[in-house]
Design a protein around this ligand. Structure first.
Ligand SMILES: [Zn+2]
Length: 326
């Protein structure tokens, strides 16, 4: 998707998806100069209608949920060495020396996934098989393992700032346990192993076993951290910080325009159910589909689909229903 298309898609969503539950995004007072500059060029005080529905429409939720290696893997006792530790209520963590694990955009956020009725304890980042995955902070590799039901090949790094990071669905390890790494060092190649359908990087940030929302520490749309220190708080560690869906969508469009992006099962599925004739094109609605998702995957807009099919953007879709796309 080109940037212009991405933005018009965004605009369409904002128009079609407006509702009473608008939120205003604010920036914190203490931003690094670099971050300040990056975001200065963006509109960060846009009101976003119905954020949840908007997010659902943006992200691919085709992947199966990862089982939590810290609590559910058959070796979870080994993986979660913090099981019997007393975790403080709050802790200040130095994240000033960091590297982005991969430059891709977020395809699936942290949080509860209604579709699978479980928590997604990390963030999925768009990555092609073979892309370099980098250590987020300085530290020492704790584990390089394989979990067929979940993370596939994964790496756990214990950092000097007391965080641990987890990198899943890898295709190749570039490090061994007990190896010291610096922020930005290549540690693995991205892949599609384990319970994953389509290449991506599953990335977790943990403090003593608690899976923090990576978007509380990292600002993926601006490829930086929010602040130099992250304050872990047992009450709020699951919350994202200053997360802006439109910034993520704009970054995704920009990333797609400048990188070759491999598509996963989501793209394959939608092409298999839409006829390829040049004159007209139709799409058979699948369970869980939304107009926005269908539009984004077929290179069209919600408005165009509504117009072609004589329906409103709020129309309820039923599985098996055929929609004209062209
Ligand atoms: Zn994931």
């Amino acid at each position: 998707m080109k940037l212009s298309q991405g933005l018009s898609f965004l605009t369409a969503l904002l128009i079609c998806g407006a509702s009473a539950t608008a939120q205003t995004y604010r920036l914190p007072g203490q931003h690094g100069a670099q971050h300040g500059e990056l975001i200065a060029s963006q509109t960060n005080t846009v009101e976003v209608g119905n954020t949840t529905r908007y997010l659902e429409s943006l992200f691919e939720e085709e992947e199966e949920p990862e089982f939590d290696i810290y609590t559910e893997g058959w070796e979870s006792g080994f993986v979660n060495c913090y099981r019997n530790a007393t975790v403080p209520q709050t802790a200040v963590i130095d994240v000033s020396k960091y590297a982005m694990p991969h430059p891709g955009y977020i395809t699936s956020p942290y949080g509860y996934r209604k579709k699978f009725r479980r928590m997604h304890k990390g963030i999925d980042i768009k990555a092609n098989t073979g892309d370099t995955v980098r250590a987020a902070f300085d530290g020492k590799v704790r584990l390089t393992k394989y979990e067929a039901r979940g993370y596939g090949y994964y790496v756990v790094v214990r950092h000097t700032n007391d965080l641990e990071t987890v990198y899943g669905h890898l295709s190749k390890f570039l490090v061994e346990p007990d190896q010291y790494v610096r922020a930005g060092d290549p540690i693995a190649l991205a892949g599609n192993t384990g319970r994953s359908f389509g290449s991506h990087l599953h990335f977790e940030t943990r403090y003593m076993g608690y899976a923090i929302n990576p978007a509380a520490i990292f600002d993926f749309a601006n490829q930086t951290t929010h602040t130099d220190t992250y304050t872990f708080d047992k009450n709020t560690y699951q919350n994202a910080r200053n997360f802006s869906p439109e910034a993520n969508a704009a970054y995704a469009a920009q990333y797609r325009a400048t990188h070759k992006v491999e598509y996963g099962s989501a793209a394959r599925k939608s092409t298999s159910t839409s006829s390829k004739s040049s004159g007209s094109r139709s799409y058979k609605v699948k369970k869980g589909d939304t107009l926005s998702r269908i539009a984004s995957r077929n290179g069209t807009t919600v408005q165009a689909i509504c117009r072609l099919n004589g329906i409103k953007s709020s129309a309820k879709l039923r599985p098996g229903q055929t929609l004209k796309l062209k």
